[in-house]
Ligand binder design. Structure first.
Ligand code: SF4
Length: 512
């Protein structure tokens, strides 16, 4: 029976690597994109040794990361291996073979530059009209950290360990009294010493935890936190915040460091507003972000929030919920269902990090017929009103009046996280520390945005638009300054640099 046959391995062949890489390959887009970036302005650290072998070019290593992260090649060893066996990578790096150590150090030492590269890219997308910044959705996804759950501690866990050790020590002390001979006593004594050494370790952790003022501590990656990955599954990881624009669902910004979304609304929204240089914008978020303080900050900065309202705790206890108490803004009092006035003494109390005012009318509550339906408190009903309640209510009204607009949120953000996790395998980070974890996030987001604009434009259109970037990114100030300050050879040097770059990219474009 005949089968399809491969080529003859022993036959010598003349081949061009360029012919082996497809015209619409990801490698070609990455190659062109990085060549267009103003690498020298992004702040990549370059270790120029005075003697010995010169370093690898920043652009080459950046190309390697952008190629790898999109193709499940994230570890430095996998990337180093790809430089030897992967034809596209060999083409991309022109046969260079950086060691795994060089690749790892480059990523570790350039967290700020990766962030800068991503932000440059976002600004460029805005100038290309692909991001309009009118509506932004913010959401988060969780990734596992390089820190096992057993190396993460909170006070409860430390207490549990110490209690177990104390019980063990007690058992050993009883056993030592019943021991028959010196050998047995010696053996038990060494066990007690071992338990005491473990106890010292936990005591030390307890002190570290108290000194840090945090609720938990991770011993391998100190920035990692115990987070709910999904559906009650807890692991040590990072909660990554991501802002996305509604026009083409492109990423705008990112951050990490918190265990949930409660305090991320205003920092993320203000960062996006600053980056895109917008006066006003709308932000869509789920109810995890609904916090009065942050909604108020956004409102003051001309950012309109559409954050899903949270149910008030009074709606869950079966008594009159707070909504049926009517608030009078002018007089700053509430009218209750029995038509009584609940007033405040004006004091602002701190309740679990929330600033609230109390409203009550003890006298009226004592003799009220509706009391059993209203409160179980022997001093009568009192209402806690956040000092940001007005901002919260305005936000709630906006969401309720524009349900279809709010529903855009899911369309704008969530599918990108699926691409990251299911298609590109970004369910865990390889790095330790917030800054380095964000390096991975920034590389991923550059890849995502680049891949996304490959779908928006045709391949040729994309390449031409990337070429336009050269002029956009080139620091024209250098030229102007050089004109103003002799010697003029600086001017010709910069002009020459610009021309060389445009020539090299034009050659790449016309050769395909
Ligand atoms: S218990 Fe107090 S607050 Fe509640 S309805 Fe009666 S008077 Fe009003």
């Amino acid at each position: 029976m005949d089968f399809i046959q491969g080529f003859d391995r022993d036959q010598l062949q003349m081949l061009s690597f360029d012919n082996l890489v497809k015209q619409d390959s990801w490698a070609r887009v990455v190659d062109l994109f990085v060549d267009c970036l103003p690498i020298e302005n992004l702040g990549f650290k370059h270790e120029h040794a005075k003697e010995g072998r010169p370093p690898y070019a920043t652009a080459d290593l950046l190309k390697l990361f952008l190629y790898g992260y999109k193709n499940h090649l994230r570890s430095s060893r996998k990337l180093a291996h790809a430089c030897e066996v992967n034809i596209e990578v060999i083409w991309l790096l022109k046969g260079l073979r950086p060691s795994a150590r060089k690749i790892a150090y480059f990523r570790k030492n350039n967290s700020k530059a990766f962030k800068q590269a991503f932000r440059y890219f976002v600004v460029m997308l805005k100038n290309m009209g692909l991001i309009d910044g009118q509506t932004i959705a913010i959401d988060s996804f969780k990734i596992r950290a390089q820190n096992a759950l057993k190396n993460n501690f909170n006070q409860k866990k430390i207490d549990r360990h110490i209690e177990y050790i104390d019980t063990k020590i007690q058992e050993y002390e009883q056993a030592i009294e019943l021991a028959d001979n010196e050998d047995q006593k010696q053996e038990i004594t060494s066990k007690i010493e071992y338990q005491n050494s473990k106890k010292d370790k936990y005591k030390h952790l307890e002190k570290q935890l108290q000194d840090s003022g945090e609720s938990q501590i991770s011993t391998i990656d100190s920035d990692a936190r115990s987070v709910v990955l999904h559906r009650n599954i807890i692991n040590v990881g990072y909660c990554v915040q991501a802002g996305c624009d509604s026009k083409h669902k492109l990423f705008i910004n990112n951050d990490t460091g918190t265990v949930n979304d409660t305090h991320s609304l205003s920092p993320m929204a203000l960062d996006a507003q600053k980056l895109l240089k917008l006066k006003t914008m709308n932000v869509l978020t789920d109810k995890g972000y609904t916090t009065g303080k942050h909604i108020e900050i956004c409102t003051k900065n001309n950012i309109t929030t559409y954050s899903s309202p949270k149910a008030h705790s009074s709606q869950k206890n079966g008594l009159f919920d707070m909504q049926i108490f009517e608030y009078n803004k002018k007089g700053d009092f509430y009218t209750c269902p029995a038509n009584k006035i609940l007033t405040t003494n004006g004091t602002v109390y701190n309740k679990a990090k929330h600033k609230v005012k109390h409203y009550k009318n003890r006298k009226a509550c004592v003799s009220c017929e509706l009391r059993s339906l209203c409160t179980k408190n022997k001093n009568g009903r009192f209402i806690e009103r956040s000092i940001y309640q007005e901002a919260v209510e305005n936000n709630e009204q906006r969401v309720n009046e524009n349900p279809n607009y709010y529903r855009l949120r899911q369309q704008i953000t969530e599918h990108q996280f699926g691409t990251f996790k299911r298609q590109w395998g970004f369910t865990y980070t390889l790095m330790k520390g917030k800054a380095n974890v964000l390096s991975e996030v920034n590389i991923m987001m550059i890849c995502y945005n680049l891949r996304r604009i490959m779908s928006i434009f045709s391949p040729n259109d994309l390449k031409c638009r990337l070429k336009d970037l050269v002029l956009y990114f080139f620091d024209l100030n250098k030229l102007f300054n050089a004109i103003l300050s002799p010697p003029y050879r600086n001017y010709f040097f910069h002009l020459n640099q610009l021309n060389t770059k445009i020539d090299s990219i034009t050659t790449k474009l016309t050769s395909k």
